[in-house]
Design a protein. Structure first.
Length: 248
């Protein structure tokens, strides 16, 4: 090989290397899809967020993950959010009493429950929950039907191809409703005002701030777990997919 052809080969190699890296990000060689660790308290989503007709309490996702409309992360519930009910609800089965007992010990010690984080994108990726929640992308589109999972696991790959695919092709609210696993029907006691399911309210009950009183048993009924403010007939929502929108 002459000196000259050696040098001209370098940009080609570089392009190949970059291509390989992008491809690996695109297909998610580093993804942990399916990851679902055992948690320090075995918290069942179906009991709490499942539909009332399925034996759940029908709590809105944002009742507990209530930073979704104001911050990057939707966040994990504070122990006090749980204790609003579990100060009195101690469980009707051995399993429930054991697991609620663990929760109560954290509360008594004034310690947060050390939940094991499941979903995580690398530090160099910019993922604002709030933009998605406000665009009406249902939680279940990305996380699967958590309200039916006995133990939460990573449902989507979270790799770059997955993100870009939706940004390019667009998001159809109708598919989002279907993915969510319920109809976006306002509950009987919905008083109007803010669009139904708007982050920050659960059928008129504030889910954020000091006004966040636990609704007690049987309430709020099928308040549905939807955060969608979009009408099913709305057009596909597309989003930016230039590199800088997801990478600073
Ligand atoms: C709106 C009220 C309410 C809130 C808020 C609430 N729970 Fe519950 N939880 C219940 C009820 C009702 C049961 C069923 C208890 C029974 O009869 O066994 C339950 C059951 C449980 C169980 C036992 C499940 C089983 O059967 O194995 C655990 C563990 C639990 N909750 C943890 C939590 C944690 C952790 C939080 C906070 C993130 C929380 N709960 C928030 C009402 C609530
Ligand atoms: C009563 C409170 C409560 C409600 C309501 C609730 N969650 Fe959770 N969620 C938790 C707790 C506690 C954990 C941590 C333990 C676990 O993974 O089960 C959690 C974990 C998660 C995780 C995994 C977080 C991670 O580490 O990556 C996702 C995703 C999630 N919830 C989505 C939802 C969705 C979607 C809904 C509505 C269908 C919902 N949650 C309703 C309390 C709640
Ligand atoms: C567009 C896809 C998408 C939607 C819609 C979405 N999430 Fe997520 N979620 C993710 C990704 C990606 C992560 C990892 C984010 C990170 O590492 O910064 C995540 C992380 C989480 C976590 C982990 C802990 C934390 O503090 O953020 C929870 C809990 C969660 N999501 C709950 C929800 C709930 C509840 C909703 C609906 C209100 C929702 N997500 C909507 C993609 C989504
Ligand atoms: C199911 C569809 C879907 C998936 C999957 C998805 N997004 Fe989005 N994304 C959207 C929509 C819809 C918007 C909102 C566009 C708007 O506000 O007009 C958005 C907005 C954004 C924005 C704000 C862009 C801007 O215009 O400033 C960022 C950043 C972003 N997404 C990053 C990500 C990342 C990173 C992932 C993967 C971890 C991801 N998204 C996965 C649908 C999706
Ligand atoms: C919609 C959001 C989004 C856009 C747009 C985007 N990326 Fe990414 N990118 C991601 C996510 C998410 C990851 C992390 C993938 C993983 O962990 O598997 C990633 C990872 C990467 C990596 C790291 C690969 C590795 O394996 O370490 C590179 C390099 C990269 N992206 C380059 C680019 C380039 C170049 C563009 C523009 C052509 C771009 N990205 C556009 C979301 C995006």
């Amino acid at each position: 090989m002459t000196q000259r052809s050696k040098w001209t080969a370098i940009p080609g190699l570089l392009a190949l290397a970059i291509g390989a890296v992008v491809l690996s990000a695109y297909s998610g060689a580093s993804s942990s899809q399916g990851f679902g660790p055992e948690q320090p308290v075995q918290f069942p989503h179906p009991r709490h967020a499942g539909a009332v007709k399925d034996g759940g309490l029908g709590l809105n996702c944002l009742y507990c993950h209530n930073a979704g409309n104001k911050s990057f992360d939707v966040g994990m519930p504070a122990v006090n959010t749980c204790m609003g009910c579990h100060t009195s609800v101690r469980g009707s089965t051995d399993r429930a009493r054991t697991e609620i007992g663990k929760l109560v010990r954290f509360a008594d010690a004034r310690r947060p429950v050390p939940w094991i984080r499941i979903h995580k994108v690398p530090e160099y990726v910019h993922f604002p929950h709030v933009r998605h929640v406000n665009a009406g992308v249902t939680c279940q589109t990305c996380h699967g039907q958590v309200q039916k999972m006995d133990r939460v696991y990573q449902y989507s790959s979270l790799n770059m191809g997955w993100c870009v695919n939706c940004h390019v092709n667009g998001y159809d609210p109708k598919e989002g409703q279907k993915a969510a696993g319920y109809d976006n029907v306002p509950p009987a006691n919905y008083a109007g005002g803010a669009p139904y399911g708007t982050p920050g309210t659960v059928a008129g009950i504030a889910t954020t701030g000091a006004g966040m009183t636990p609704p007690g048993m049987g309430l709020p009924r099928d308040t549905a777990r939807s955060t969608s403010t979009a009408t099913p007939s709305a057009e596909r929502r597309r989003a930016r997919y230039d590199c800088a929108s997801c990478h600073y």
